[in-house]
Design a protein around this ligand. Structure first.
Ligand code: HAM
Length: 486
């Protein structure tokens, strides 16, 4: 019988086909798409990253997304949260354990040693940009796949470099128009940390029963992380805890003082935070985290996107990035003294802030001209002129498949161009074009043969105007800081 069965009149009727499932495949929990609506922010972030790297002399490099699990265990620390519960790991049929990289420093340190960068002129300044993976509980500002911009300076222990990494980080956020400040601390030499660990265990021993559940585990595994807890009762206990800065060795104290002096010289805004410990084990001496410097102090923190429920993450201040020195990591890997430091900046958090604060991002080479054409005849000429403008390195936007003027001008104003060029039937016959200033709506007729010259002239004038405005803003900033000091 196959597909057919007989009905009452004995004629075959087709069997209904099985229903197709129209369930749209969904994202894996904690992952996110970078959507066209956010593209301008991501582009601004990439451009700011490239500009920072160029200005501060960093060379781009990439490490693979997959590394041996052991690399992260050795670098980040077997007892760290990252290694204990946040890595996406699997075992290859050969038995080799691999993990998606949860952070970038370990891979860069491996690559530096493996490719003999030790023979290059030191310090070697490297930067990277890309996805990282941590199996965290999805909440405000935490994704399972996120992007970091990383800067690493290897092969030099001078304190001026700590301040220079901070200055580069500050410059990056300045390019994006985000005011930030650093919280800084010094963790000292490994021996200092060991002594301090003992002092902390001693202090907390009698208070263990008052600690939160997480801190009981931290007490046993990684007592320094007790200082990171946000639980109010644990914070109360923390107030009386011994302070690492008091136990700091002379070398680290001296180093830290110099870092702060250089940071002052570079005008890097920072605040001391004696309880800052960071969640990765490789740090020595200077550590820091970067926070949004909220000018509107009374407004609630808004860096919440894709949040599943309003939980403890909602009002907690979220670090935009973090970093510090790791002077002993490469020695542990290779036996060789290679002091180093770096920073990792969480880019989803920067983009979320840019959006929630309605910050207008500056983009390089964004179209400043829109070309509108009316009708088929005009379209051919438009096609020719638009290509000529592109060849002359003028960024021009168009929607050559459309005809309606209103619709095209609406689009031009949405993308925020300075000028629209309009080519209709009349202009086609006259060999002219209409140049419309999108800011004030004033229109003038120009000769079509002079298009490139006219456009270049006007765009240079706009650029000069922009520079003038920029200079006025900068002067104003300088004025305020001077008057504050008086
Ligand atoms: P980290 O503090 O673990 O440091 O991460 C740096 C930044 O990455 C964080 O401040 C945050 O902005 C962002 N980030 C971390 N986890 C997530 C997540 N689940 N979702 C969204 N953003 C996240 C490091 O990774 C070090 N490798 C930094 C460094 C470089 N130290 C020295 N050199």
């Amino acid at each position: 019988m196959g597909m057919f069965k007989k009905n009452a009149r004995n004629t075959p009727t087709p069997k209904p086909l099985p229903k197709l499932s129209h369930k749209i495949p969904s994202l894996v929990r904690g992952m996110h798409d970078l959507l066209p609506e956010d593209e301008k922010y991501w582009r601004a972030v990439r451009e700011a990253a490239q500009k920072t790297a160029d200005r501060f002399g960093y060379i781009y490099m990439e490490t693979p997304i997959l590394e041996e699990t052991g690399l992260f265990v050795r670098a980040v620390g077997a007892t760290s949260d990252i290694v204990q519960k946040e890595m996406f790991s699997f075992t290859e049929p050969s038995g080799v354990k691999l993990s998606l990289r949860p952070e970038g420093t370990a891979g860069v340190a491996r690559a530096y040693l493996q490719h003999g960068m030790v023979t290059m002129q030191q310090p070697v300044k490297l930067w990277y940009y890309g996805p990282f993976f941590r199996h965290e509980r999805p909440q405000a500002g935490r994704y399972r796949q996120f992007h970091q911009l990383g800067l690493e300076v290897l092969g030099d222990g001078h304190p001026v470099l700590d301040a220079d990494v901070m200055a580069a980080t500050h410059f990056f956020y300045q390019q994006l128009g985000l005011p930030v400040y650093f919280e800084v601390n010094s963790l000292g030499l490994p021996q200092t940390r060991k002594n301090y660990r003992v002092a902390l265990i001693k202090y907390y021993r009698a208070k263990k029963k008052h600690l939160c559940e997480d801190c009981v585990v931290r007490y046993a595994k990684n007592p320094l992380r007790l200082l990171d807890c946000k639980n109010p009762q644990c914070q109360e206990l923390m107030a009386e805890a011994p302070v690492l800065m008091d136990a700091l060795d002379e070398e680290s104290k001296n180093h830290f003082t110099q870092v702060l002096e250089y940071a002052d010289a570079a005008n890097v805004p920072y605040r001391l935070n004696p309880f800052l410990v960071r969640g990765l084990d490789y740090y020595t001496k200077t550590v820091f985290e970067i926070f949004y410097d909220k000018p509107e102090a009374t407004e609630p923190v808004e860096i919440i996107e894709g949040q599943e429920k309003k939980d403890e993450g909602a009002d907690e201040k979220i670090a935009l990035g973090g970093g510090g020195r790791y002077d002993t990591l490469l020695k542990e890997f290779s036996g060789r003294e290679v002091p180093a430091l770096g920073v990792g900046l969480g880019l989803e958090r920067a983009v979320t802030l840019l959006k929630s604060k309605n910050i207008k991002v500056k983009l390089f080479n964004e179209p400043q001209i829109y070309f509108a054409q009316l009708g088929d005849e005009a379209r051919k000429v438009a096609m020719k002129l638009v290509q000529q403008m592109r060849q002359a390195d003028i960024a021009v936007a168009e929607r050559l498949s459309k005809d309606g003027l209103k619709q095209q001008l609406e689009y031009a104003s949405k993308i925020g161009v300075y000028y629209a060029i309009i080519l209709g039937q009349k202009e086609l016959i006259d060999g002219t074009l209409i140049l419309r200033d999108m800011e004030n709506g004033i229109q003038e007729t120009i000769n079509a043969d002079k298009l490139l010259e006219e456009v270049q002239k006007r765009l240079s004038a706009k650029a000069r105007e922009g520079l003038k405005i920029q200079a006025t803003i900068e002067n104003r900033v300088i004025d305020t800081s001077e008057s504050k000091e008086e």
